[in-house]
Write a new protein. Structure first.
Length: 425
């Protein structure tokens, strides 16, 4: 198939072997394929028809679906006139709920309780039959959360670590996710682009939250509306401090930023602003200065993580301080509750533009950090949490209790989501 497309003048994107482009009549024609399914786009419908006819001569008649709405692998994809695309898997979610052996009769306000990562040794393991059901259901939820329901990704990421020996607590946590999905079954992921040249990434880490004391990395990349590329996973090695966990998190996530930049360049787009938001200033200084910002407490960090410093320079990535309460990646590292959960969910799911969040904190913090770095010259910055950072960490855990702080934001989310629903049917 690839040879056929290349014979028609298409060039395969080296960073995704299932995407090919050709310039036809002065505009780009793009073909994406997955097994025997294709998506073809061009500004001129006649060009699309011509390409389809040429492919059919080689491979036979194909079933063609045109328009703004398409069904693909359990996803309903709707391209809107305002340039956004919405993805929902309502029927697939409903099937997962119906196939669960227990009746899901109630709904939950969040996918997980505060005790998501807690594992007790005295809890009875599931029998073989229920363990298989647990594994199968978690697999279905993993498929769902990777395609449109990013709001359950944190809970599902934890449950995937429990499929080998699930216990009764894990069953309750799984049921909670299904209860949440039942109450939000109509939710959609909305993706859009405000500026293709501005890529904004958020990375965070929750320190030692797993039973084996490993940390959890969360991250996401956005072009203005919704999170397109996300990460939510257990770190592969143990960190000795929250600062080290944050550095490991960036090390894990930065490859996604590099790939996204290279892929878009081959699609004909240039990244002019490449922003990385973090809420740990000690980690930021290590990433910017490498070993120069390490003390006795942090020199043990494997040197491979200092490739971050090199990548920041070669990729033109600007690290910007983001207050903890606005850290989008926090959504993927811990089971948030209350208004903070719904606020960040609205950003991640594209119900509210990202700029409603980034406009709330001063992006000139980067300049302040740089000036601070110059002021201390070559002095070592201790890689330990300051009292202020500790306070931020505690504040993040209790943020949902601060009703006054998030009341205005919550109202904005409600209004914006209502507008989105009206505008997109």
């Amino acid at each position: 198939y690839r040879e056929t497309l290349e014979g028609l003048g298409f060039v395969v994107n080296p960073y995704d072997q299932c995407v090919a482009n050709a310039t036809i009549n002065g505009s780009t024609c793009t073909i994406c394929w997955y097994v025997d399914d294709n998506k073809i786009s061009h500004i001129d419908p006649d060009v699309v028809t011509n390409i389809i006819e040429k492919i059919e001569k080689k491979f036979g008649k194909m079933k063609v679906s045109r328009g703004r709405e398409h069904d693909f692998l359990g996803m309903k994809i709707h391209f809107h006139e305002n340039g956004t695309v919405s993805i929902d898997m309502k029927e697939y979610v409903k099937g997962a709920i119906d196939e669960f052996p227990e009746t899901i009769s109630r709904s939950a306000s969040t996918p997980a309780t505060r005790h998501l990562f807690d594992v007790r040794d005295d809890v009875k393991e599931l029998d073989k039959e229920n363990a298989e059901i647990f594994h199968s259901t978690v697999a279905k939820l993993l498929y769902i959360c990777k395609r449109c329901r990013l709001d359950i990704q944190n809970a599902v990421a934890f449950l995937t670590t429990r499929v080998s020996k699930p216990d009764e607590d894990d069953w309750i946590k799984l049921r909670r996710v299904l209860q949440y999905l039942k109450g939000t079954i109509d939710d959609k992921l909305i993706l859009g682009c405000k500026n293709i040249g501005k890529m904004e990434s958020f990375v965070d880490a929750a320190f030692a939250v797993h039973k084996d004391m490993k940390s959890h990395t969360g991250g996401g990349i956005s072009w203005g509306i919704g999170i397109l590329l996300s990460m939510c996973q257990k770190q592969k090695l143990n960190a000795k401090s929250s600062t080290e966990a944050e550095v490991i998190g960036v090390s894990d996530f930065i490859s996604n930023m590099i790939w996204a930049r290279m892929f878009l360049e081959k699609q004909g787009y240039t990244i002019d602003e490449n922003l990385l938001y973090q809420d740990n200033q000690s980690a930021m200084k290590i990433e910017e200065n490498g070993s120069k910002s390490c003390s006795k407490r942090s020199r043990h960090i494997d040197m491979r993580y200092f490739f971050i410093k090199d990548r920041l320079e070669t990729e033109g990535i600007d690290i910007i301080y983001c207050p903890t309460e606005y850290m989008v990646a926090d959504f993927f590292t811990k089971p948030l509750q209350g208004k903070l959960f719904h606020y960040l969910k609205a950003i991640i799911m594209g119900h509210v533009p990202l700029e409603t969040l980034t406009s709330r904190f001063n992006t000139k913090n980067q300049e302040r950090v740089e000036e601070h770095g110059k002021a201390i010259s070559n002095n070592v910055i201790p890689c330990v949490e300051s009292d202020t950072q500790d306070s931020n960490k505690r504040g993040r855990q209790n943020a949902e209790k601060k009703n006054d702080k998030f009341q205005v934001v919550t109202e904005e989310v409600k209004l914006s989501y209502a507008d989105a629903v009206r505008g997109q049917g």
